[in-house]
Ligand binder design. Structure first.
Ligand SMILES: *Cc1c(COP(=O)(O)O)cnc(C)c1O
Length: 496
């Protein structure tokens, strides 16, 4: 495939896209402001381009980007739902967009009101008492939550608890956060029939390690898209040995307005507002991972927390002596919080329930429609996502989950999450979300069926996909391990 022309290779000497204002620093004061040895001796090798070249170049690049605004994005676990544009309008209001984190409270009353009210909404949705909006993402919330749990155990002279139980289907951030919080991870098996926590295995672990267990981290529905109906029993057993229950809220899109982690027995919950509450994410950010806690953990929360005074004004309540300390600026990742606030306000309680119900309906519709062509990992009623597999395709023709995922790109659709959860070989984890139309779901189903058919009749087409994208198959391991992030003029860019 041809090598793209880079912006550095465009243009000609002397060509300009802008008229710079005249230099207005008196030459005689230059040495004082910027000593000669700190100044550039030669001109930087920047492209010299006209405005139209710049505009066309970046417009062209933007059209090659794939996002939820350009097509279907069934990336399981990530909840790539449509991001309504009203969220952007609200986050862009000058009173929100142009404030400084350290401005005096009386000049940012509206911003504090937003975080105050958002905290109340999230507490209500999750069944928790208080919520800190500081953490920047789910993983950051996990670390913060585990630090709270640790502080709680230490306050009760049980600081020797050093184990965190995590199911074998958990998201990778769970064991990573536990390790970062200086805990040892013990894996809990999945029951092959129900897809939920293997209660016998859990019981055995608790008998063996009960006094050392600090917490269990669970998501419900779990990463298989299945709701664990034994959750109350799991909670009872963990609490009985003095452990805490941490809820990974990445799958909250299936439970809003239907059930609450607080009612399932969880002590700490994180939200992934960028997933559940429709704020743009991908490529590493931005995000927000607020955590909610039950009453016994409130004294350990990061501070300050927003408060409403008797005269109706808003201010900050300082953290108490047992607080784990700040994990981010008071207003958190504020733009994301405004978007989530907007989303919750215009949906309202009934709307949020409808979101979850539609997400569940859509996932079951797609699952059912694909079940003849693809083996479903757990052929049960699913929640907002499900795990199909390419096991049949691999057996029949050596076509893998990667091949199916790559072939989807040829049809202008993003791929499902592949090879996750780890306990399912050739996993294709599909999350259609509630924001897609019946027509879009049907065209995805038709494409998936066509790929299954191609696997039977012309598997090479699938194995060598994608065929229509600008870049073919990348060496993903090399790209991750040795990323070349600093292209220099004259350097060749090569790809297959
Ligand atoms: C996305 C996700 C996380 C991590 O959240 P980030 O916001 O990406 O840090 C944790 N658990 C599950 C199940 C997830 O899908």
């Amino acid at each position: 495939m041809s090598v793209e022309t880079l912006i550095f290779e465009k243009g000609a000497p002397g060509r300009r896209a802008a008229n710079m204002p005249a230099f207005d620093i008196p030459m005689e004061s230059l040495d004082e402001l910027l000593p000669a040895d700190m100044r550039r001796k030669e001109e930087a090798p920047l492209p010299e381009v006209s405005e139209i070249e710049v505009v066309r170049h970046y417009t062209h690049l933007s059209q090659r980007n794939f996002g939820v605004d350009s097509g279907f994005y069934p990336l399981g676990s990530c909840t790539m739902k449509y991001n309504p544009k009203i969220n952007e309008d609200m986050a862009g209001l000058p009173g929100f967009a142009h404030i400084h984190p350290l401005q005096p409270d009386e000049t940012v009353q509206g911003a504090i009101q937003v975080v105050y009210e958002l905290e109340r909404y999230l507490a209500e949705i999750s069944g928790m008492i208080r919520v800190t909006l500081q953490p920047s993402a789910g993983a950051h919330g996990e670390l913060t939550g585990l630090m709270l749990i640790k502080a709680y155990h230490q306050s009760r002279d049980e600081g020797e608890r050093n184990l965190v139980l995590i199911p074998d289907n958990a998201h990778g951030t769970n064991p990573a956060s536990a390790t970062l919080a200086d805990y040892k991870v013990v894996e809990v098996k999945t029951n092959p029939e129900t897809g939920g926590v293997d209660l016998e295995h859990l019981h055995k672990l608790l008998q063996q390690h009960g006094k050392s267990v600090a917490a269990i981290m669970l998501t419900n529905p779990n990463t298989l898209g299945l709701f664990d109906s034994n959750i109350l029993e799991v909670a009872r057993q963990i609490h009985e040995v003095g452990g805490q229950l941490y809820y990974d809220g990445a799958n909250a899109n299936a439970v809003m307005g239907i059930t609450r982690p607080g009612d399932m027995g969880f002590d700490v919950v994180h939200f992934n507002l960028h997933k559940t509450c429709s704020t743009p994410h991908g490529g590493g950010g931005p995000g927000a991972g607020p955590i909610g806690v039950k009453g016994h953990l409130v004294p350990f929360l990061p501070g300050p927390l927003p408060m409403k005074n008797e005269d109706g004004s808003y201010s900050w309540e300082d953290a108490g002596p047992q607080s784990i300390g700040k994990v981010r600026a008071n207003l958190g990742n504020f733009g994301v919080l405004v978007r989530a606030y907007t989303y919750i306000r215009y949906n309202g309680p009934d709307g949020l329930r409808h979101v979850s119900e539609s997400a569940i309906l859509n996932a079951n519709y797609v699952k059912h429609s694909l079940s003849e062509d693809y083996e479903i990992a757990y052929p049960l009623i699913c929640q907002h996502e499900f795990v199909a597999t390419a096991r049949k395709q691999k057996q029949e023709a050596g076509v893998t989950a990667t091949d199916v995922a790559k072939r989807l790109l040829d049809f202008g659709m993003y791929a499902p999450t592949t090879y996750f959860p780890l306990i399912v070989p050739e996993a294709l984890m599909i999350e259609p979300t509630e924001t897609e139309t019946r027509e879009t779901l049907d065209s995805f189903i038709a494409v998936m069926k066509q790929i299954a058919e191609e696997t039977r009749t012309e598997p090479e087409v699938v194995k060598t996909a994608p065929h229509t994208t600008v870049i073919g198959r990348l060496d993903q391991a090399l790209a991750a391990r040795k990323p070349n992030l600093r292209w220099m003029p004259g350097q060749e860019i090569t790809h297959s």
